[in-house]
Design a protein around this ligand. Structure first.
Ligand SMILES: NC(=O)c1ccc[n+]([C@@H]2O[C@H](COP(=O)([O-])OP(=O)(O)OC[C@H]3O[C@@H](n4cnc5c(N)ncnc54)[C@H](O)[C@@H]3O)[C@@H](O)[C@H]2O)c1
Length: 326
């Protein structure tokens, strides 16, 4: 049986494919390469260039490769862009994603693991955030993730589709072969490292007047390898129990923006120029996950919880790939 990984040429998908292969699974990747990189797909996986909205193609892949489950990483995921282009976000993250599920149901493929996001919660009422926390996303990106989660729930009730929704906090780090190469890059750790590498002049810190110890925002950084591990555990649970579920995926530890910069200076041995600018609307002071549910139910725990190690892995990858996958 084969696992279809949609969006497997992207950052988190590619690392998950690498780990699925290492675990002895057969993998086929479908990616339209709108945001991903052909070179990020390890050669041991099959690759099909195409879109999840192409129902005939998806059904052909599911049948030809005898797929038993789908992993869905294929979203647009820039919060700012989602506010400027909500149509693109609803089209891809909701409509095209629904077409993917329709193809699965027609081929009797009944298991899906979905990359959801901490963005479904919005402004937290309490931290660490539990899965039972109210979901009130504050931007179109977060709303598309929540709508698709709810759609999966409805498909479970109506058609018996089994899903695991994984609500990631901030993915970070790299493996020896694979790392983060987004265009534009909006994530803090790669941006800070680009400054250390002399590729960018300075890093902007959005707000230093939050009610945190140093005034900058606190976020939860989870190693991409730990995210990938959670997918393998989720797949195993789906296969064994045929039960749907939703889990947070975070480190459970928060680090402030200024702490990330300080640790990156220590890891790289470079001075990182910083400018302070005003807060961005909708940026909560603290976003930290409780990963208690996934650790209790699936036995998941982060293997790489230390931020210096996460940053060191990302730095090594950047030094080895100064132009990303180009
Ligand atoms: N990176 C993070 O910190 C983070 C945090 C929370 C949630 N997520 C979610 O995790 C998933 C993966 O994130 P990422 O950082 O690896 O993103 P990414 O942009 O690197 O990867 C997404 C991949 O999906 C592909 N894709 C998009 N639309 C497609 C379509 N219609 N058909 C086929 N392929 C398509 C892109 O080409 C890309 O390769 C996304 O769903 C994202 O919303 C990411």
């Amino acid at each position: 049986m084969t696992i279809l990984v949609v969006g497997g040429a992207g950052y988190i998908g590619s690392v998950t494919v690498e780990q699925l292969i290492a675990a002895g699974k057969t993998v086929v990747v479908l990616d339209n390469l709108s945001r991903g990189h052909r070179r990020a797909v390890v050669p041991e996986a099959q690759f099909v260039h195409g879109d999840m909205a192409d129902k005939n193609l998806v059904m052909q892949i599911l049948r030809e490769y005898d797929c038993s489950a789908v992993m869905h990483f294929s979203a647009l995921s820039l919060v700012g862009e989602s506010m400027e282009k909500p149509l693109d976000y609803y089209n891809n993250n909701v409509k095209n994603s629904m077409t993917l599920v329709e193809s699965m149901l027609e081929c009797d493929v009944q298991q899906i693991i979905f990359s959801s996001s901490a963005a479904v919660y919005g402004e937290p009422e309490s931290v660490p955030i539990l899965e039972t926390h109210p979901t009130r996303p504050t931007n179109p990106y977060g709303r598309t993730k929540l709508i698709f989660e709810q759609f999966l729930e409805d498909c479970d009730c109506a058609y018996g589709l089994k899903y695991v929704s994984l609500r990631y906090f901030n993915a970070s780090g790299a493996t020896d072969r694979l790392g983060e190469d987004h265009h534009p890059e909006t994530h803090l750790i790669p941006l800070v490292l680009q400054v250390a590498a002399g590729q960018q002049p300075c890093i902007k810190v959005f707000g230093d007047d939050y009610p945190t110890a140093d005034g900058s925002c606190i976020r939860d950084y989870i190693h991409v390898r730990d995210l990938a591990d959670a997918h393998l555990l989720a797949l195993d649970r789906l296969e064994r129990t045929k039960q749907s579920s939703t889990y947070n995926l975070g480190n459970g530890n928060g680090f402030s923006v200024l702490e990330v910069i300080r640790i990156a200076e220590q890891v790289t041995g470079k001075k990182i120029s910083t400018t302070i600018s005003s807060r961005r609307p909708g940026d909560p002071a603290v976003l930290v996950a409780s990963a208690k549910r996934i650790s209790e139910e699936l036995g998941w725990k982060p293997g790489f919880p230390a931020l210096p190690e996460i940053i060191e892995n990302a730095w090594k990858w950047l030094l080895a790939h100064p132009r990303g996958y180009k």
